[in-house]
Design a protein around this ligand. Structure first.
Ligand code: FE2
Length: 220
């Protein structure tokens, strides 16, 4: 059984870019709902998986969209919280150099990130990713899709493009949300660790493992 991870900051820590009200709905209702449904699906098959990553890859390979969607949304949201920080940061070190080399500067990366998010049709996620060769990319994925099913890609940052991520604060202004998000919320220290891992120095973030001692139950 997977647990709903706690937010790494208080509900009001990301204001004004992201309100406490949005975070309460987003984490306590949406993310919690994905965790609950995933646990119910796993209970139905009576197995405790080794990791959430194995569930996502299994569901992807076996064309099990309901399992994939819930498992990937659990993973994506857990990653999303960690990819944000209450401190306004800027990239530094090797990641800053890679941004400069790939995009020119942080403002150009922001432009590419916001444009990718605004141009993405419907729900999904916009990511900053790194390949093995230090090359950075901005890309979006649809609905629950994540980067685990795309070989050779390590996520550094992600922003949620589902309307539940911004509608209470920005209504239909996805661009305004993405601009405010990029200016205030990226956790560049987390992104830097992910970047190091993408180059073989350390391990990328993994979702917390399921509780091994917990008996799977439909009454999760
Ligand atoms: Fe979300």
């Amino acid at each position: 059984m997977f647990d709903l991870p706690e937010l790494p900051f208080t509900y009001d820590a990301l204001e004004p870019a992201m309100s406490a009200r949005t975070l309460r709905f987003h984490h306590d209702k949406h993310h919690a709902g994905y965790v609950k449904t995933l646990n119910e699906q796993l209970a139905a098959v009576g197995q405790v998986p080794r990791s959430l990553e194995t569930v996502i890859l299994y569901a992807s390979k076996t064309s099990n969209p309901k399992l994939f969607n819930n498992a990937a949304q659990v993973w994506n949201h857990a990653f999303f919280w960690l990819a944000m920080s209450a401190k306004r940061e800027r990239p530094s070190g090797a990641l800053a150099k890679a941004i400069e080399s790939e995009f020119g500067d942080l403002a150009k990366l922001k432009k590419a990130f916001v444009e990718a998010g605004v141009g993405h049709f419907g729900s999904g996620w916009v990511w900053l990713t790194a390949g093995h060769n230090s090359r950075l990319q901005v890309r979006s994925t649809h609905d629950a899709d994540d980067t685990l099913t795309h070989a050779g890609m390590t996520p550094l940052l992600v922003c949620d493009l589902w309307e539940h991520a911004y509608y209470l604060d920005y209504q239909n202004d996805r661009k305004g949300f993405l601009e405010a998000w990029f200016d205030a919320l990226p956790n560049w220290q987390f992104a830097a660790r992910q970047f190091e891992a993408s180059q073989g120095r350390g391990e990328p973030w993994r979702h917390p493992q399921p509780r091994p001692d917990a008996k799977l139950s439909k009454a999760s």
